[in-house]
Design a protein around this ligand. Structure first.
Ligand code: ATP
Ligand code: MG
Length: 560
Protein backbone atom coordinates (compact mmCIF):
# COMPACT_ATOMS: atom_id res chain seq x y z
CA UNK A 1 0.00 0.00 0.00
CA UNK A 2 1.18 3.53 -0.70
CA UNK A 3 2.50 5.37 2.27
CA UNK A 4 -0.18 7.28 4.11
CA UNK A 5 0.33 10.84 5.16
CA UNK A 6 -1.52 11.70 8.29
CA UNK A 7 -3.88 14.61 8.14
CA UNK A 8 -4.37 15.81 11.69
CA UNK A 9 -7.72 17.48 12.19
CA UNK A 10 -7.54 20.98 13.60
CA UNK A 11 -10.27 23.55 13.38
CA UNK A 12 -9.37 26.95 12.13
CA UNK A 13 -10.18 29.95 10.04
CA UNK A 14 -9.33 30.03 6.39
CA UNK A 15 -7.44 33.28 6.55
CA UNK A 16 -5.61 32.46 9.72
CA UNK A 17 -2.59 30.25 9.73
CA UNK A 18 -4.05 27.79 12.24
CA UNK A 19 -6.11 25.75 9.82
CA UNK A 20 -4.59 22.34 9.13
CA UNK A 21 -4.46 22.93 5.37
CA UNK A 22 -2.15 25.89 5.92
CA UNK A 23 0.12 23.67 7.96
CA UNK A 24 0.42 21.15 5.13
CA UNK A 25 1.07 23.84 2.57
CA UNK A 26 3.79 25.41 4.66
CA UNK A 27 5.24 22.01 5.52
CA UNK A 28 5.37 21.01 1.83
CA UNK A 29 6.40 24.26 0.20
CA UNK A 30 8.56 25.81 2.92
CA UNK A 31 9.38 29.37 1.99
CA UNK A 32 8.07 28.88 -1.54
CA UNK A 33 4.40 29.04 -0.71
CA UNK A 34 3.77 30.97 -3.93
CA UNK A 35 4.32 27.63 -5.70
CA UNK A 36 0.95 26.61 -4.32
CA UNK A 37 -1.29 25.40 -7.12
CA UNK A 38 -4.85 24.32 -6.36
CA UNK A 39 -7.89 23.62 -8.50
CA UNK A 40 -11.65 23.67 -8.26
CA UNK A 41 -12.85 20.58 -10.14
CA UNK A 42 -16.64 20.55 -10.61
CA UNK A 43 -18.37 17.90 -12.62
CA UNK A 44 -20.60 19.77 -15.08
CA UNK A 45 -23.70 17.78 -14.18
CA UNK A 46 -25.66 20.35 -12.19
CA UNK A 47 -25.65 23.85 -10.79
CA UNK A 48 -23.24 24.91 -8.10
CA UNK A 49 -24.52 25.25 -4.56
CA UNK A 50 -23.33 26.84 -1.34
CA UNK A 51 -21.30 23.70 -0.55
CA UNK A 52 -19.33 24.23 -3.74
CA UNK A 53 -18.85 27.84 -2.67
CA UNK A 54 -16.98 26.53 0.37
CA UNK A 55 -14.65 24.59 -1.91
CA UNK A 56 -14.28 27.53 -4.32
CA UNK A 57 -13.45 29.97 -1.52
CA UNK A 58 -11.00 27.49 -0.06
CA UNK A 59 -9.14 26.67 -3.28
CA UNK A 60 -9.14 30.11 -4.87
CA UNK A 61 -8.79 31.75 -1.47
CA UNK A 62 -5.64 29.80 -0.58
CA UNK A 63 -4.08 30.55 -3.97
CA UNK A 64 -4.83 34.22 -3.52
CA UNK A 65 -3.48 34.28 0.01
CA UNK A 66 -0.18 32.63 -0.94
CA UNK A 67 0.22 34.29 -4.33
CA UNK A 68 -0.20 30.90 -6.00
CA UNK A 69 -2.59 29.72 -8.68
CA UNK A 70 -5.96 28.02 -8.84
CA UNK A 71 -7.36 26.31 -11.94
CA UNK A 72 -10.96 25.90 -12.89
CA UNK A 73 -11.20 22.38 -14.22
CA UNK A 74 -14.29 20.63 -15.44
CA UNK A 75 -14.11 17.04 -14.36
CA UNK A 76 -16.06 15.78 -17.33
CA UNK A 77 -15.15 12.11 -17.42
CA UNK A 78 -18.71 10.81 -17.07
CA UNK A 79 -20.53 11.70 -20.29
CA UNK A 80 -24.05 10.61 -19.43
CA UNK A 81 -25.13 13.48 -17.19
CA UNK A 82 -22.88 16.28 -18.35
CA UNK A 83 -23.89 19.25 -20.39
CA UNK A 84 -22.56 22.59 -21.66
CA UNK A 85 -25.49 24.33 -19.95
CA UNK A 86 -23.84 23.43 -16.65
CA UNK A 87 -20.38 24.44 -17.86
CA UNK A 88 -21.65 27.94 -18.59
CA UNK A 89 -23.52 28.30 -15.32
CA UNK A 90 -20.49 27.12 -13.33
CA UNK A 91 -18.17 29.62 -15.01
CA UNK A 92 -20.65 32.39 -14.34
CA UNK A 93 -21.06 31.43 -10.69
CA UNK A 94 -17.34 31.19 -9.94
CA UNK A 95 -16.77 34.59 -11.54
CA UNK A 96 -19.71 36.08 -9.71
CA UNK A 97 -18.28 34.87 -6.41
CA UNK A 98 -15.28 37.01 -7.24
CA UNK A 99 -12.66 34.51 -8.36
CA UNK A 100 -10.46 34.46 -11.43
CA UNK A 101 -8.90 31.42 -13.07
CA UNK A 102 -7.11 33.72 -15.56
CA UNK A 103 -6.15 31.56 -18.55
CA UNK A 104 -6.38 28.30 -16.65
CA UNK A 105 -9.71 26.85 -17.70
CA UNK A 106 -9.32 23.13 -18.28
CA UNK A 107 -11.41 20.13 -19.19
CA UNK A 108 -10.47 16.64 -18.02
CA UNK A 109 -11.78 15.39 -21.35
CA UNK A 110 -8.95 17.15 -23.15
CA UNK A 111 -6.58 14.71 -21.39
CA UNK A 112 -8.35 11.58 -22.67
CA UNK A 113 -5.45 10.72 -25.01
CA UNK A 114 -2.97 11.15 -22.20
CA UNK A 115 -5.04 8.97 -19.85
CA UNK A 116 -5.17 6.28 -22.52
CA UNK A 117 -1.41 6.48 -23.01
CA UNK A 118 -0.84 6.08 -19.26
CA UNK A 119 -3.22 3.12 -19.14
CA UNK A 120 -1.24 1.45 -21.92
CA UNK A 121 1.97 2.15 -20.00
CA UNK A 122 0.48 0.47 -16.92
CA UNK A 123 -0.50 -2.57 -19.00
CA UNK A 124 3.00 -2.79 -20.43
CA UNK A 125 4.48 -2.67 -16.95
CA UNK A 126 2.15 -5.45 -15.80
CA UNK A 127 0.22 -3.01 -13.57
CA UNK A 128 -3.15 -3.21 -15.31
CA UNK A 129 -5.24 -5.90 -16.96
CA UNK A 130 -8.44 -6.30 -18.91
CA UNK A 131 -11.06 -8.10 -16.84
CA UNK A 132 -14.15 -9.88 -18.17
CA UNK A 133 -16.01 -10.16 -14.87
CA UNK A 134 -19.36 -8.43 -14.90
CA UNK A 135 -20.39 -6.02 -12.15
CA UNK A 136 -22.06 -8.71 -10.02
CA UNK A 137 -19.12 -11.12 -10.30
CA UNK A 138 -16.73 -8.33 -9.50
CA UNK A 139 -18.66 -7.61 -6.32
CA UNK A 140 -18.37 -11.24 -5.29
CA UNK A 141 -14.62 -11.28 -5.91
CA UNK A 142 -14.05 -8.00 -4.10
CA UNK A 143 -14.43 -9.40 -0.58
CA UNK A 144 -15.61 -7.36 2.38
CA UNK A 145 -14.20 -5.06 5.01
CA UNK A 146 -13.37 -8.09 7.12
CA UNK A 147 -12.36 -10.58 4.43
CA UNK A 148 -9.83 -10.39 1.62
CA UNK A 149 -10.94 -10.43 -2.00
CA UNK A 150 -10.05 -13.05 -4.62
CA UNK A 151 -7.97 -12.53 -7.69
CA UNK A 152 -9.91 -12.22 -10.92
CA UNK A 153 -9.44 -15.23 -13.20
CA UNK A 154 -8.36 -12.73 -15.88
CA UNK A 155 -5.64 -11.18 -13.75
CA UNK A 156 -2.79 -13.12 -15.31
CA UNK A 157 -3.47 -12.34 -18.93
CA UNK A 158 -0.31 -11.59 -20.86
CA UNK A 159 0.70 -8.05 -21.62
CA UNK A 160 0.08 -8.71 -25.33
CA UNK A 161 -3.41 -10.02 -24.74
CA UNK A 162 -4.21 -7.05 -22.46
CA UNK A 163 -2.91 -4.55 -25.01
CA UNK A 164 -4.96 -6.18 -27.72
CA UNK A 165 -8.16 -6.30 -25.68
CA UNK A 166 -7.77 -2.75 -24.39
CA UNK A 167 -7.30 -1.45 -27.91
CA UNK A 168 -10.37 -3.35 -29.04
CA UNK A 169 -12.33 -1.89 -26.10
CA UNK A 170 -11.32 1.51 -27.40
CA UNK A 171 -12.36 0.60 -30.95
CA UNK A 172 -15.85 -0.22 -29.76
CA UNK A 173 -15.81 -3.97 -30.30
CA UNK A 174 -17.42 -4.76 -26.95
CA UNK A 175 -20.73 -3.87 -25.36
CA UNK A 176 -21.06 -1.66 -22.29
CA UNK A 177 -20.29 -3.49 -19.08
CA UNK A 178 -18.67 -6.55 -20.69
CA UNK A 179 -15.07 -5.66 -19.91
CA UNK A 180 -13.08 -3.25 -17.78
CA UNK A 181 -9.48 -2.26 -17.37
CA UNK A 182 -8.32 -2.76 -13.80
CA UNK A 183 -5.23 -1.71 -11.94
CA UNK A 184 -3.32 -4.71 -10.61
CA UNK A 185 -2.65 -3.80 -7.00
CA UNK A 186 -3.64 -6.10 -4.16
CA UNK A 187 -6.87 -8.07 -3.67
CA UNK A 188 -5.92 -8.65 -0.03
CA UNK A 189 -5.46 -4.99 0.82
CA UNK A 190 -7.39 -3.91 3.91
CA UNK A 191 -8.41 -0.89 1.83
CA UNK A 192 -11.08 -2.05 -0.61
CA UNK A 193 -10.22 0.79 -2.98
CA UNK A 194 -6.85 -0.89 -3.55
CA UNK A 195 -8.35 -4.25 -4.56
CA UNK A 196 -7.64 -4.07 -8.27
CA UNK A 197 -9.87 -1.05 -8.86
CA UNK A 198 -11.50 -0.51 -12.24
CA UNK A 199 -9.76 2.32 -14.08
CA UNK A 200 -11.59 2.23 -17.42
CA UNK A 201 -15.10 1.20 -18.35
CA UNK A 202 -16.90 0.80 -21.63
CA UNK A 203 -19.68 3.35 -22.24
CA UNK A 204 -20.97 3.98 -25.74
CA UNK A 205 -22.07 7.48 -24.87
CA UNK A 206 -21.83 10.83 -26.56
CA UNK A 207 -19.63 13.27 -24.67
CA UNK A 208 -20.37 17.01 -24.58
CA UNK A 209 -16.82 17.80 -25.72
CA UNK A 210 -15.38 14.73 -27.43
CA UNK A 211 -18.57 13.58 -29.12
CA UNK A 212 -18.35 9.94 -30.23
CA UNK A 213 -14.57 9.74 -30.28
CA UNK A 214 -14.45 7.58 -27.18
CA UNK A 215 -16.47 4.61 -26.00
CA UNK A 216 -14.22 3.91 -23.03
CA UNK A 217 -14.06 6.38 -20.17
CA UNK A 218 -11.63 6.58 -17.24
CA UNK A 219 -12.96 6.16 -13.72
CA UNK A 220 -12.80 9.11 -11.33
CA UNK A 221 -10.13 7.50 -9.12
CA UNK A 222 -7.85 7.09 -12.11
CA UNK A 223 -8.60 10.32 -13.93
CA UNK A 224 -8.57 12.73 -11.02
CA UNK A 225 -4.99 12.21 -9.79
CA UNK A 226 -3.77 12.29 -13.39
CA UNK A 227 -5.60 15.55 -14.04
CA UNK A 228 -3.94 17.02 -10.96
CA UNK A 229 -0.50 15.75 -11.92
CA UNK A 230 -0.82 16.91 -15.54
CA UNK A 231 -1.70 20.42 -14.39
CA UNK A 232 1.07 20.52 -11.81
CA UNK A 233 -1.34 20.85 -8.91
CA UNK A 234 0.56 20.84 -5.60
CA UNK A 235 -2.40 20.39 -3.26
CA UNK A 236 -5.54 18.57 -4.30
CA UNK A 237 -8.19 19.57 -1.80
CA UNK A 238 -11.28 17.40 -1.72
CA UNK A 239 -14.03 16.28 0.63
CA UNK A 240 -13.76 13.61 3.34
CA UNK A 241 -15.36 10.77 1.39
CA UNK A 242 -12.14 10.56 -0.63
CA UNK A 243 -9.96 9.96 2.41
CA UNK A 244 -10.02 6.18 1.87
CA UNK A 245 -9.19 6.72 -1.78
CA UNK A 246 -5.98 8.58 -1.01
CA UNK A 247 -3.73 5.49 -1.23
CA UNK A 248 -5.12 4.85 -4.70
CA UNK A 249 -4.65 8.51 -5.61
CA UNK A 250 -1.01 8.23 -4.57
CA UNK A 251 -0.61 4.91 -6.39
CA UNK A 252 -1.92 6.36 -9.65
CA UNK A 253 0.34 9.41 -9.37
CA UNK A 254 3.39 7.31 -8.48
CA UNK A 255 2.87 4.93 -11.41
CA UNK A 256 1.83 7.51 -13.98
CA UNK A 257 5.31 8.53 -15.03
CA UNK A 258 4.26 12.15 -14.51
CA UNK A 259 6.58 14.39 -12.62
CA UNK A 260 4.24 16.35 -10.36
CA UNK A 261 3.35 14.75 -7.06
CA UNK A 262 0.17 16.46 -5.85
CA UNK A 263 -0.87 15.89 -2.27
CA UNK A 264 -4.50 15.10 -1.57
CA UNK A 265 -5.98 16.80 1.49
CA UNK A 266 -9.51 16.15 2.65
CA UNK A 267 -11.87 18.49 4.50
CA UNK A 268 -15.45 18.23 5.71
CA UNK A 269 -18.30 18.95 3.34
CA UNK A 270 -20.58 21.78 4.19
CA UNK A 271 -24.02 20.75 5.35
CA UNK A 272 -26.70 23.33 6.20
CA UNK A 273 -29.83 23.03 8.29
CA UNK A 274 -33.23 23.54 6.68
CA UNK A 275 -32.05 22.80 3.18
CA UNK A 276 -30.34 20.08 1.19
CA UNK A 277 -27.61 20.08 -1.34
CA UNK A 278 -27.66 16.73 -3.04
CA UNK A 279 -27.92 17.26 -6.77
CA UNK A 280 -30.41 14.41 -6.95
CA UNK A 281 -32.76 16.15 -4.53
CA UNK A 282 -32.34 19.56 -6.06
CA UNK A 283 -33.01 18.16 -9.52
CA UNK A 284 -36.14 16.43 -8.23
CA UNK A 285 -37.43 19.70 -6.76
CA UNK A 286 -36.92 21.37 -10.13
CA UNK A 287 -38.39 18.53 -12.17
CA UNK A 288 -41.42 18.09 -9.93
CA UNK A 289 -42.13 21.81 -10.15
CA UNK A 290 -41.85 22.32 -6.39
CA UNK A 291 -39.61 25.29 -7.03
CA UNK A 292 -39.27 27.83 -9.82
CA UNK A 293 -36.15 26.31 -11.39
CA UNK A 294 -32.55 25.94 -10.25
CA UNK A 295 -32.50 29.63 -9.42
CA UNK A 296 -35.58 29.63 -7.23
CA UNK A 297 -34.63 32.01 -4.41
CA UNK A 298 -35.19 29.25 -1.84
CA UNK A 299 -32.65 26.95 -3.44
CA UNK A 300 -29.16 26.66 -1.91
CA UNK A 301 -27.70 27.01 -5.40
CA UNK A 302 -25.41 29.94 -6.16
CA UNK A 303 -27.84 31.14 -8.84
CA UNK A 304 -30.71 30.84 -6.33
CA UNK A 305 -28.79 32.83 -3.72
CA UNK A 306 -27.92 35.43 -6.35
CA UNK A 307 -31.56 35.79 -7.40
CA UNK A 308 -32.59 35.93 -3.74
CA UNK A 309 -30.30 38.94 -3.34
CA UNK A 310 -27.25 37.52 -1.60
CA UNK A 311 -24.05 39.36 -2.42
CA UNK A 312 -20.78 37.60 -3.32
CA UNK A 313 -19.16 39.28 -0.29
CA UNK A 314 -21.74 37.81 2.09
CA UNK A 315 -21.15 34.29 0.75
CA UNK A 316 -17.38 34.65 0.97
CA UNK A 317 -17.78 35.93 4.52
CA UNK A 318 -19.95 32.92 5.35
CA UNK A 319 -17.31 30.53 3.95
CA UNK A 320 -14.68 32.28 6.00
CA UNK A 321 -16.69 32.08 9.20
CA UNK A 322 -17.52 28.38 8.93
CA UNK A 323 -13.83 27.59 8.71
CA UNK A 324 -12.36 24.31 7.55
CA UNK A 325 -12.17 21.15 9.56
CA UNK A 326 -12.31 17.40 9.15
CA UNK A 327 -15.43 16.86 11.22
CA UNK A 328 -18.63 16.69 9.20
CA UNK A 329 -21.26 18.86 10.77
CA UNK A 330 -24.28 20.89 9.86
CA UNK A 331 -24.02 24.65 9.92
CA UNK A 332 -27.06 26.58 11.08
CA UNK A 333 -28.68 28.36 8.14
CA UNK A 334 -29.09 31.42 10.35
CA UNK A 335 -25.35 32.03 9.96
CA UNK A 336 -25.93 32.67 6.27
CA UNK A 337 -28.73 35.09 7.22
CA UNK A 338 -26.38 36.82 9.60
CA UNK A 339 -23.72 37.27 6.91
CA UNK A 340 -26.02 38.97 4.43
CA UNK A 341 -27.50 41.24 7.10
CA UNK A 342 -24.02 42.15 8.19
CA UNK A 343 -23.02 43.00 4.62
CA UNK A 344 -26.13 45.06 3.93
CA UNK A 345 -26.67 46.86 7.20
CA UNK A 346 -24.61 49.89 6.23
CA UNK A 347 -25.00 49.59 2.47
CA UNK A 348 -28.70 49.13 1.85
CA UNK A 349 -30.98 52.11 1.53
CA UNK A 350 -33.64 51.98 4.22
CA UNK A 351 -37.04 52.69 2.68
CA UNK A 352 -40.64 52.43 3.81
CA UNK A 353 -42.90 49.71 2.48
CA UNK A 354 -46.18 48.45 3.88
CA UNK A 355 -46.83 44.79 3.28
CA UNK A 356 -50.23 44.36 4.88
CA UNK A 357 -51.78 47.79 4.46
CA UNK A 358 -54.59 49.51 6.33
CA UNK A 359 -55.52 53.07 5.44
CA UNK A 360 -55.06 55.95 7.87
CA UNK A 361 -56.85 59.25 7.28
CA UNK A 362 -55.42 62.27 9.06
CA UNK A 363 -58.57 64.27 9.69
CA UNK A 364 -56.98 67.63 10.45
CA UNK A 365 -54.38 67.52 7.63
CA UNK A 366 -55.20 69.96 4.80
CA UNK A 367 -57.04 68.35 1.89
CA UNK A 368 -54.96 68.28 -1.32
CA UNK A 369 -51.66 69.17 0.38
CA UNK A 370 -48.48 67.15 -0.11
CA UNK A 371 -45.24 67.81 1.76
CA UNK A 372 -41.85 66.40 0.89
CA UNK A 373 -40.17 65.28 4.10
CA UNK A 374 -36.47 64.46 4.39
CA UNK A 375 -35.67 61.00 5.72
CA UNK A 376 -32.13 59.63 6.16
CA UNK A 377 -31.27 56.77 3.80
CA UNK A 378 -29.49 54.73 6.40
CA UNK A 379 -29.38 55.70 10.08
CA UNK A 380 -26.16 53.68 10.47
CA UNK A 381 -24.42 55.32 7.53
CA UNK A 382 -24.79 59.08 7.17
CA UNK A 383 -22.81 58.90 3.94
CA UNK A 384 -25.86 57.53 2.16
CA UNK A 385 -27.55 60.89 2.56
CA UNK A 386 -31.23 61.75 2.75
CA UNK A 387 -34.16 61.53 0.40
CA UNK A 388 -37.53 63.26 0.34
CA UNK A 389 -40.63 61.25 1.00
CA UNK A 390 -44.11 62.56 0.17
CA UNK A 391 -46.68 62.91 2.96
CA UNK A 392 -50.36 63.82 2.73
CA UNK A 393 -53.78 63.24 4.27
CA UNK A 394 -54.10 59.54 3.47
CA UNK A 395 -51.41 57.04 4.21
CA UNK A 396 -51.01 53.30 4.74
CA UNK A 397 -49.58 51.62 7.80
CA UNK A 398 -49.17 47.94 8.64
CA UNK A 399 -52.34 46.28 9.85
CA UNK A 400 -50.43 44.78 12.75
CA UNK A 401 -49.39 48.25 13.91
CA UNK A 402 -52.93 48.96 15.08
CA UNK A 403 -54.85 47.25 17.86
CA UNK A 404 -58.38 48.08 18.79
CA UNK A 405 -57.78 46.78 22.29
CA UNK A 406 -54.05 46.99 22.83
CA UNK A 407 -52.42 44.27 24.84
CA UNK A 408 -49.86 45.16 27.50
CA UNK A 409 -46.66 46.66 26.07
CA UNK A 410 -48.22 47.33 22.68
CA UNK A 411 -46.68 50.71 21.96
CA UNK A 412 -48.05 51.18 18.48
CA UNK A 413 -51.31 52.74 17.35
CA UNK A 414 -54.50 52.19 19.34
CA UNK A 415 -57.56 54.34 20.17
CA UNK A 416 -56.47 57.54 21.94
CA UNK A 417 -52.81 56.57 21.68
CA UNK A 418 -50.18 58.71 20.02
CA UNK A 419 -47.27 57.43 17.90
CA UNK A 420 -44.60 58.90 15.67
CA UNK A 421 -44.76 58.40 11.92
CA UNK A 422 -41.14 57.99 10.85
CA UNK A 423 -39.73 61.31 9.62
CA UNK A 424 -43.20 62.91 9.60
CA UNK A 425 -45.40 63.78 12.57
CA UNK A 426 -46.91 62.59 15.82
CA UNK A 427 -50.37 61.23 15.13
CA UNK A 428 -53.11 60.23 17.57
CA UNK A 429 -55.86 57.75 16.84
CA UNK A 430 -59.31 59.33 17.12
CA UNK A 431 -61.44 56.58 15.54
CA UNK A 432 -61.64 53.66 13.17
CA UNK A 433 -64.08 51.84 10.92
CA UNK A 434 -64.72 48.16 10.50
CA UNK A 435 -66.43 46.02 7.88
CA UNK A 436 -69.18 43.48 8.67
CA UNK A 437 -66.53 40.81 9.30
CA UNK A 438 -64.95 42.93 11.99
CA UNK A 439 -61.84 43.86 9.99
CA UNK A 440 -60.53 47.36 10.48
CA UNK A 441 -60.89 49.16 7.14
CA UNK A 442 -59.84 52.69 8.01
CA UNK A 443 -58.23 54.43 10.93
CA UNK A 444 -58.71 58.10 11.74
CA UNK A 445 -56.00 60.20 13.34
CA UNK A 446 -55.17 63.79 14.02
CA UNK A 447 -51.63 65.08 13.66
CA UNK A 448 -49.68 67.65 15.61
CA UNK A 449 -48.27 70.16 13.08
CA UNK A 450 -45.63 71.20 15.61
CA UNK A 451 -44.09 67.71 15.61
CA UNK A 452 -42.82 67.96 12.04
CA UNK A 453 -39.93 65.61 11.32
CA UNK A 454 -41.20 63.38 14.11
CA UNK A 455 -39.74 65.61 16.80
CA UNK A 456 -41.57 66.22 20.03
CA UNK A 457 -42.78 69.83 20.25
CA UNK A 458 -42.96 70.01 24.05
CA UNK A 459 -40.97 67.15 25.47
CA UNK A 460 -43.89 64.73 25.50
CA UNK A 461 -42.82 61.26 24.55
CA UNK A 462 -44.26 58.59 22.30
CA UNK A 463 -43.05 55.04 22.51
CA UNK A 464 -43.78 53.79 19.02
CA UNK A 465 -42.39 54.87 15.66
CA UNK A 466 -44.24 53.44 12.68
CA UNK A 467 -43.28 53.27 9.03
CA UNK A 468 -45.90 54.42 6.55
CA UNK A 469 -46.44 55.06 2.88
CA UNK A 470 -48.30 57.97 1.30
CA UNK A 471 -51.43 56.52 -0.35
CA UNK A 472 -51.57 58.71 -3.46
CA UNK A 473 -47.98 58.14 -4.53
CA UNK A 474 -47.38 54.59 -3.26
CA UNK A 475 -45.89 52.13 -5.74
CA UNK A 476 -47.79 48.91 -5.76
CA UNK A 477 -45.41 45.96 -5.88
CA UNK A 478 -45.36 42.25 -5.25
CA UNK A 479 -43.30 41.19 -2.26
CA UNK A 480 -42.14 37.60 -2.04
CA UNK A 481 -41.32 36.61 1.49
CA UNK A 482 -39.05 33.62 1.60
CA UNK A 483 -38.34 31.34 4.48
CA UNK A 484 -36.12 28.26 4.73
CA UNK A 485 -36.80 25.73 2.02
CA UNK A 486 -37.28 22.87 4.45
CA UNK A 487 -38.60 22.66 7.96
CA UNK A 488 -35.73 20.39 8.78
CA UNK A 489 -33.47 18.04 6.94
CA UNK A 490 -35.09 14.77 5.95
CA UNK A 491 -33.85 11.88 8.07
CA UNK A 492 -33.86 9.52 5.14
CA UNK A 493 -31.74 10.82 2.30
CA UNK A 494 -33.79 8.79 -0.15
CA UNK A 495 -37.14 9.63 1.39
CA UNK A 496 -39.72 12.11 0.16
CA UNK A 497 -38.91 15.79 0.01
CA UNK A 498 -40.63 17.75 2.75
CA UNK A 499 -40.82 21.40 1.84
CA UNK A 500 -41.55 24.11 4.34
CA UNK A 501 -45.17 24.96 3.39
CA UNK A 502 -44.53 28.59 4.36
CA UNK A 503 -41.29 28.92 2.43
CA UNK A 504 -42.94 31.43 0.11
CA UNK A 505 -45.61 34.02 0.93
CA UNK A 506 -46.65 36.50 -1.70
CA UNK A 507 -47.93 39.91 -0.61
CA UNK A 508 -49.20 42.99 -2.34
CA UNK A 509 -47.09 45.78 -0.93
CA UNK A 510 -47.16 49.55 -1.07
CA UNK A 511 -43.70 51.01 -1.33
CA UNK A 512 -42.57 54.63 -1.20
CA UNK A 513 -42.00 56.14 -4.67
CA UNK A 514 -38.20 56.40 -4.32
CA UNK A 515 -37.92 52.72 -5.35
CA UNK A 516 -39.45 53.36 -8.75
CA UNK A 517 -36.13 53.50 -10.57
CA UNK A 518 -34.47 50.70 -8.63
CA UNK A 519 -32.06 48.46 -10.51
CA UNK A 520 -31.14 44.82 -9.99
CA UNK A 521 -28.00 45.90 -8.15
CA UNK A 522 -29.94 47.81 -5.51
CA UNK A 523 -30.52 46.38 -2.08
CA UNK A 524 -33.11 47.87 0.24
CA UNK A 525 -34.05 47.53 3.80
CA UNK A 526 -37.82 47.73 4.10
CA UNK A 527 -37.94 49.45 7.44
CA UNK A 528 -38.82 47.17 10.37
CA UNK A 529 -39.21 44.21 8.02
CA UNK A 530 -36.22 42.92 6.13
CA UNK A 531 -33.79 43.25 3.26
CA UNK A 532 -35.12 43.19 -0.27
CA UNK A 533 -34.03 43.34 -3.89
CA UNK A 534 -35.80 43.20 -7.22
CA UNK A 535 -36.41 39.75 -8.64
CA UNK A 536 -34.16 39.38 -11.68
CA UNK A 537 -36.56 37.08 -13.47
CA UNK A 538 -40.03 38.48 -12.87
CA UNK A 539 -39.74 42.14 -11.93
CA UNK A 540 -40.81 44.60 -14.63
CA UNK A 541 -40.67 48.41 -14.63
CA UNK A 542 -44.47 48.58 -14.56
CA UNK A 543 -44.88 45.69 -12.09
CA UNK A 544 -42.08 45.54 -9.56
CA UNK A 545 -41.43 42.25 -7.76
CA UNK A 546 -39.30 42.32 -4.63
CA UNK A 547 -37.65 39.31 -3.03
CA UNK A 548 -37.12 39.33 0.67
CA UNK A 549 -33.48 38.36 1.03
CA UNK A 550 -33.72 37.92 4.76
CA UNK A 551 -35.94 39.22 7.56
CA UNK A 552 -34.46 41.75 9.94
CA UNK A 553 -34.74 39.92 13.18
CA UNK A 554 -32.37 37.21 14.12
CA UNK A 555 -31.91 35.04 17.11
CA UNK A 556 -28.45 34.23 15.88
CA UNK A 557 -25.38 35.62 17.58
CA UNK A 558 -22.07 34.60 16.09
CA UNK A 559 -19.48 33.26 18.50
CA UNK A 560 -16.85 35.83 19.37
P1 ATP B 1 -22.96 15.96 -5.57
O1 ATP B 1 -22.52 14.93 -4.59
O2 ATP B 1 -24.11 16.80 -5.13
O3 ATP B 1 -23.10 15.43 -6.97
P2 ATP B 1 -20.26 16.64 -6.00
O4 ATP B 1 -19.43 16.73 -4.81
O5 ATP B 1 -20.14 15.37 -6.75
O6 ATP B 1 -21.75 16.99 -5.63
P3 ATP B 1 -18.66 18.09 -7.82
O7 ATP B 1 -19.06 18.84 -9.01
O8 ATP B 1 -17.90 16.84 -8.01
O9 ATP B 1 -19.98 17.81 -7.00
O10 ATP B 1 -17.92 19.03 -6.78
C1 ATP B 1 -16.86 19.88 -7.12
C2 ATP B 1 -16.05 20.17 -5.90
O11 ATP B 1 -16.86 20.75 -4.90
C3 ATP B 1 -15.47 18.90 -5.33
O12 ATP B 1 -14.12 19.13 -5.01
C4 ATP B 1 -16.29 18.65 -4.11
O13 ATP B 1 -15.55 17.99 -3.14
C5 ATP B 1 -16.71 20.05 -3.69
N1 ATP B 1 -17.97 20.01 -2.97
C6 ATP B 1 -19.15 19.52 -3.40
N2 ATP B 1 -20.09 19.60 -2.45
C7 ATP B 1 -19.51 20.18 -1.38
C8 ATP B 1 -19.95 20.55 -0.06
N3 ATP B 1 -21.20 20.33 0.34
N4 ATP B 1 -19.06 21.13 0.77
C9 ATP B 1 -17.81 21.37 0.37
N5 ATP B 1 -17.32 21.04 -0.83
C10 ATP B 1 -18.15 20.46 -1.71
MG1 MG C 1 -18.32 14.67 -7.59
Amino acid sequence: MAEEKTNTPVNGELSGTGNFIHNYIQEDLGENTQRLHTRFPPEPNGYLHIGHAKSICLNFGLAKLYGGKCNLRFDDTNPSKEDTEYVESIERDVKWLGFDWEDRLYFASSYFDKFYEIAVKLIKEGKAFVCDLNAEEMRQYRGTLSSAGKNSPYRDRTVEENLDLFERMKKGEFADGTRTLRAKIDMASPNINMRDPVIYRIAHANHHKTGDKWCIYPMYDFAHPLEDAIEGITHSICTMEFEDHRPLYDWVVANSGLEAKPRQIEFARLGLTNTLMSKRYLRALVEEGKVDGWDDPRMPTICGLRRRGYTPASIRDFCERIGVSKANSKVDSSLLDYCIRDDLKEKAKVVMAVLDPVKVVIDNYPEGQTEMLPVENNPENEGLGVREVPFSKEIYIEREDFMEEPVKKFFRLAPDKEVRLKGAYFVKCVGFEKDEKGNVTEIHCTYDPLSKGGNSPDGRKVKGTLHWVNAATAVEAEARLYDYMMLDNPEDPDGPIIMNPDSLQVKKAYVEPSVKNATLDDRFQFMRNGYYCLDSKDSKAEALVFNRIVPLKSSFKPAK
